[in-house]
Design a protein around this ligand. Structure first.
Ligand SMILES: [Zn+2]
Ligand SMILES: [Zn+2]
Length: 70
């Protein structure tokens, strides 16, 4: 398991897609709410639209969803 580098407490589960750095949801959320919207890793400004669940992509990319083909 990879821990969040900020709080070293929770697992990384959230990624800033703009720069690819990952942290835990708590740390990301607190930055969004504090208007401190810079990536702690590289100081790029981000907002909610760049924040994604870290595990969402790998699940959706392997989906063979032919059910919609009607
Ligand atoms: Zn954290
Ligand atoms: Zn970054």
């Amino acid at each position: 398991m990879v821990k969040c580098p900020l709080c070293k407490n929770s697992n990384k589960d959230t990624v800033i897609t703009k720069c690819g750095h990952a942290f835990c949801r708590d740390c990301i959320d607190s930055r969004l709410s504090l208007r401190e919207r810079k990536c702690p890793g590289c100081s790029q400004v981000f907002d909610k639209s760049y924040v994604k669940d870290l595990w969402l992509d790998s699940q959706s990319s392997t989906g063979h969803n032919h059910a919609l083909h009607t």
